[in-house]
Design a protein around this ligand. Structure first.
Ligand code: NAP
Length: 301
């Protein structure tokens, strides 16, 4: 298959490309950051530049477009809803339309933040009700994909992984803070079900190879509080979990609202692929291995 991955410099995009490039002709779209030795083949463009996107994607005619690019900063989406709408909705609509015209399958990566978090273990049958603009824009992206490209795959997830650019994700933040001797506080009653990006990439690739379409929830095999997740990261990297303090969930003033329990029920995908989704500890072990391999290839210590 010829695969085209948007957000190739992002946390999920680079992870998916690492896996896919060994099996399929793989192309990545980068914007501001393109590594000196990209995995697969690289295209550099801003996805909001409609003419360039149309021309280059049409010339490539991929079998599938794996759309991971998004404005993922929840606070920035709240501050600048027009920007969030442009990237998370309009760009998605354009790619879905293009995918339909070119006969490419479109894979859209959505989020557990489409739910309000008042319940738990959300399934594909539960009605979304976002409580911040990031979640709302991602839900509008889902609707655009379904409308413009019926042969699409929509995956709702919650992820952890590592960045290949200077951006700090939650795993990097915990490691840097604890290594630097800092104390950190995390909610002990705010829950999600995160999956390692490497494990999610395997699921996405398998779904693509099965030519699957429709909506799937793909979380990890475990529902976990923000506090417990931080402790698991500390344990995996032999850091001091005693420096992580639990606190009760509260909406922090001035910040966008977050769902209290956005854990996903992933039974549908487990039945469909006849597999069990991995627990967080197993994902963290694979993250450590992949991070080691990445740092070696980058020439870092
Ligand atoms: N991170 C999470 O916790 C989480 C949870 C659930 C779902 N998701 C979804 O999973 C997907 C991947 O998330 P992630 O954390 O891997 O994202 P990420 O690390 O923030 O990467 C997003 C990528 O999108 C690219 N991008 C944004 N605007 C663009 C534009 N106008 N043109 C071209 N590229 C653009 C960025 O390019 P630059 O490198 O140039 O900035 C970046 O590489 C997203 O769709 C997100 O909504 C994420």
């Amino acid at each position: 298959m010829k695969l085209l991955v948007t957000g190739a410099g992002g946390m999920l995009g680079h992870s998916f490309l690492r896996l896919a490039a060994g099996r399929h002709e793989s192309w990545g779209i980068y914007r501001s950051f393109c590594p000196s030795a990209p995995i697969g083949r690289a295209l550099v463009m801003d996805l909001t530049d409609r003419a360039v996107v149309k021309e280059q994607v049409a010339a490539l005619k991929p079998d599938a477009i794996i759309h991971t690019a998004a404005l993922t900063d929840v606070e920035e989406c709240e501050r600048d809803p027009l920007k969030a709408r442009q990237i998370n909705v309009e760009v998605t609509k354009e790619l879905a339309d293009l995918g339909e015209k070119l006969g490419s399958e479109v894979v859209y990566i959505s989020t557990d933040y489409v739910f309000d978090g008042k319940r738990r273990d959300y399934s594909e049958a539960d009605a979304p009700r976002p409580i911040n603009f990031y979640g709302e824009s991602k839900l509008l992206g889902e609707e655009a994909v379904r409308l413009f490209c019926p042969r699409s795959l929509v995956i709702r997830t919650s992820i952890f992984g590592f960045n290949i650019q200077s951006k700090i994700g939650q795993v990097e933040y915990f490691r840097e803070s604890l290594t630097g001797g800092k104390f950190i506080t995390r909610f002990s009653d705010q829950f999600s079900s995160p999956i390692y990006t490497g494990d999610l990439s395997r699921v996405i690739l398998e779904l693509l190879e099965h030519r699957s379409t429709g909506l799937f929830h793909v979380g990890g095999g475990e529902r976990v509080s923000r506090y417990d997740f931080a402790v698991k990261v500390a344990e995996a990297f032999s850091l001091r979990p005693g420096r992580i303090r639990p606190a009760p969930f509260t909406h922090l003033e001035g910040l966008a609202q977050r769902p209290r329990d956005s854990s996903l029920c992933s039974e549908k995908i487990e039945r469909y692929l006849k597999m069990e989704l991995p627990k967080i500890g197993d994902g963290l072990e694979r993250l450590k291995q992949d991070l080691g391999g990445h740092q070696k290839s980058e020439g870092k210590k």
